[in-house]
Each structure stands twice: as C-alpha cells, then as structure tokens.
Design a protein around this ligand. Structure first.
Ligand SMILES: Cc1cc2nc3c(=O)[nH]c(=O)nc-3n(C[C@H](O)[C@H](O)[C@H](O)COP(=O)(O)OP(=O)(O)OC[C@H]3O[C@@H](n4cnc5c(N)ncnc54)[C@H](O)[C@@H]3O)c2cc1C
Length: 402
C-alpha cells in the first residue's frame, strides 16, 4: 500500500464512496480513508433512512455503473403532492407533465450503500484504508499531509467527504455558515392501507414538515420534523399511538396507516461552506453543506459535487496539470457555487416560511402554493430544479462517461 497519493478522499459515506468509484480506472493513484470498517452494516449513515434520489442523481449513478445493482430496491416517484394542514393551497408535480418516466427514485441509504461499496473492491488504482481515522491534516505547497491513527500519508489533493462534523474542514479553517433549527427528523418506514401509487407527499403541519415517500413492498418512508423537546416523547410512543399521531397530521389520503418500522431521530441544523476549496484541499457532500431533509436534497447536491469534481480532476490530469492546484480547484468552486447556494437558500426558506403560524404569512404561502398550481412554467422550473437538471450539467449527469 502506498503512502503517496494523487487524490486522497476522507470519508466512505455516500459522497466519498461515489467519488472513489468515479475516479477509479482513470490512472490516478487514489486512496479512500474511512473510520469504520467499509461494510454497509458498519458505516453509520448506511441506515434505514429513505433517500429520495433525483432523476439527475439516478443518471449519475447509472453512468458510474452502480445503478443496476440497486434498481430493484428503488421505487419511482411519479407524482409529488405538496400541501399544508389547515391551509387551502395545494400543488402537484407529475412525471408525465415533465416528459420523464419518473421524477426520482426512493431507496434506503442501506440499499444505496449495498450498491456502492462492492464497486470499490479490487480496483488497481484505488486503495481502501478502513478502518482508519484521520487525526490531523496539514497543507504544504507540493502536497497535503494526512495523519492517520496508523501513520502519515501524502496527497496532491485532499478531498474532505467526512460529513457534517468534518475534522478536515475544521483543521483547515474553512469558513462555515451555520443555522440551528432546534428540530429533529424522525424517520420510520410505514405501511399505509391504500397503495401509494408512486406518489410522494410533502405536508406542512404546525408541528413541522412531514414527508411520506413511496417505497418498495407498498411501504412509505416517513420523515417527520418535530421540535427537539418533543423527540423523546415521539420515540417512546407505542406503535399504535405513533401511527395515530402521524395519521392526525398527515390525514387519510393513504387510508389507515397500518404498520410502522423502527424509528430513529436525527438532530437538524444547516451548515454551508460558501468557498469550499483551498490549495490542495476541497470539501464536498455533507462536509460542505448539511441540509434540513425537508426537500430531500442533501445527497443529491453532494452527488452533483462528486460528478463535477471528478470531471475537473480528470480534465486537469489529462491536460498534464496538477489536480490539487488552486487554479484548477477554483474551476470546481465556480461551477458548483450557484447550485449549492440555490439549494441551501431554498431549503432554508422552505423551513422558515412554513414554520411560522402568523396569519398573513400563512395566507401568503397558501396563495403562493396555489399560484404555483396555476402557473405551469413556475411549476416546471421547480420540477427541473428538484430533478437536479438545472444549470450546466457535468458529463456524468448527462449520462456520458468521464
Ligand atoms: C432523516 C434524513 C433524511 C434524508 N433524506 C434525504 C433524501 O431524501 N435525499 C437526499 O438527497 N438526501 C437526504 N438526506 C441527506 C443524506 O443522508 C446526506 O446528505 C448523506 O448521507 C451525506 O453523505 P456524506 O457522504 O456527505 O456524509 P456522511 O454520510 O456523514 O459520511 C461521512 C463519512 O466520513 C467518515 N469520517 C468522519 N470523520 C472521519 C475521520 N476523521 N477519518 C476517517 N473517516 C471519517 C464517517 O465515518 C462517515 O462514514 C437525508 C438526511 C437525513 C438525516
């Protein structure tokens, strides 16, 4: 195993693993460092959460050659319904209107991981260093130095994909913007009485936004935002009482909610690194932007980081340039800035405007939602953004090889 890399990726979550797959086979010496053993059961975030993948993300995963391994576990989203409990506004997005077979797909993080991780095995130009924890990093002119619990490595480019609490981001002093929501997401897989019909439901309730996403075997993935002080109570409810509470907030569109799987809670905050590159270092995925899951965009945004970064790195290498050079990394920064800012700000706006019970605001958002229903071009623009198809698309998102 080498101690000298062209690219060293820290973090084997969805973002880091996807980037390692994208870069392998192109002749760059790449290393992937993950603190946990690199097995789906052991990497913490490959869990039961339902991940809504946009059409753009599905294209990227197909172009990476991993979609076929997960397709059977994914359920298409053909319709999206957005509504507010106690409000009169209501809007829909339909795959047919957008001219696509599905607006996105829902898959558990575990099944996503089960599709990604085998693609990392037996690659000649990729070393997997796991379990291994990064303890310190230092950037010098010609390389970055990375201190592991078991020795030191060097790389021409260090990629921080080490999640929301990124040690690399903190040690390299990247400027971050944070927002505390004082809310947590409760997730559970729920079986409704009526077929979900491949519909995703986003419902804004006074207690917080609630999403039910279509899953395989007739189930729905519930993501319910509750105030931090209510989390303990919601987690300790019996299944019957929990389902009754969800039903009360969601309503009866899917008939009686019949069964609930294991519940888990995730504290929510927003974090964003507006300028995510330095000489020899770049921050991607949740390490660069951790979002409220209300719009289901966190990994979709991270996967677009991956697609653009892989393209920028390989273009530089093919032109004989140093991929860790700041000038090269600024290309990545410029390409990603607009998309990241747009998604971060839209997510925040959604959380803040729907968390307010003041009557004028409630009226305004109901009219806004109704206005959307009446204005197909605006709906179309939102659908394109939600599908990850806006702006300049990298090769992988256009279904092309790197
Ligand atoms: C409830 C919920 C629902 C969500 N739903 C959606 C959705 O519908 N659609 C969507 O697109 N996104 C969704 N997301 C967001 C999505 O889950 C995240 O964006 C994604 O998991 C982030 O992946 P990542 O690889 O960037 O980070 P992480 O998954 O946090 O991975 C970071 C990895 O780095 C490793 N690591 C950390 N520090 C070190 C170190 N010092 N040394 C070595 N390794 C280290 C960790 O062990 C970890 O494996 C949701 C999130 C939540 C909480």
């Amino acid at each position: 195993m080498s101690t000298q890399y062209d690219i060293l990726i820290i973090g084997g979550g969805m973002a880091g693993a996807s980037l390692a797959i994208a870069l392998s086979g192109h002749g760059l010496r790449t290393g992937l460092v993950e603190a946990a053993p690199l097995k789906v059961e052991q990497v913490p975030n490959y869990d039961d959460r339902g991940i809504a993948l946009s059409l753009g993300s599905r294209r990227i995963l197909s172009a990476l050659g991993v979609w076929d391994a997960m397709a059977d576990q994914a359920q298409p989203i053909e319709h999206i319904h957005v509504s507010e409990r106690g409000g009169f506004g209501f809007t829909h997005l339909h795959a047919g209107e957008e001219g696509v077979p599905a607006l996105g797909q829902v898959i558990t993080a575990r099944d996503l991981g089960a599709g990604l991780l085998p693609a990392l095995e037996d690659k000649e130009d990729l070393d997997i260093l796991a379990p291994a924890r990064v303890e310190w990093v230092k950037v010098e002119e010609d390389h970055a130095r990375i201190g592991l619990d078991r020795g030191e490595l060097r790389a021409r480019l260090l990629v921080a994909a080490d999640g929301g609490n990124s040690l690399v981001r903190q040690q390299l002093g990247f400027r971050t913007r944070r927002r505390e929501y004082h809310q947590s997401a409760i997730i559970a897989n729920i079986t409704p009485g009526r077929p979900h019909g491949n519909s995703a439901w986003e419902r804004f309730t006074p207690a917080g936004p609630m999403a039910l996403l279509p899953m395989t075997e007739g189930r729905c993935a519930l993501v319910w935002t509750v105030a931090d002080e209510d989390v303990g109570e919601v987690l300790s409810l019996s299944d019957t009482d929990f389902l009754a509470q969800v039903q009360q907030h969601f309503g009866w569109r899917l008939g009686r909610l019949q069964r609930a799987g294991r519940r888990a809670a995730y504290p929510l905050s927003q974090l964003w690194v507006p300028h995510a590159v330095q000489h020899r270092a770049v921050v991607i995925g949740n390490a660069a932007h951790t979002l409220h899951p209300v719009a289901g965009q966190g990994f979709n945004l991270g996967l677009r980081d991956v697609a653009v970064l892989a393209e920028v790195i390989l273009d530089a290498a093919r032109a004989g340039n140093d991929p860790g050079d700041l000038e090269n990394l600024e290309r990545y920064q410029q390409w990603r800035a607009r998309d990241q800012r747009g998604v971060v700000e839209a997510t925040n706006l959604l959380v803040r405007s729907f968390s307010n019970e003041l009557l004028p605001l409630k009226l305004a958002r109901n009219l806004g939602v109704l206005g959307l229903e009446a204005l197909p071009p605006a709906r179309h623009a939102i659908a394109r953004a939600a599908m990850g198809l806006q702006g300049r698309l990298p090769r992988l998102a256009r279904g092309l090889p790197l």
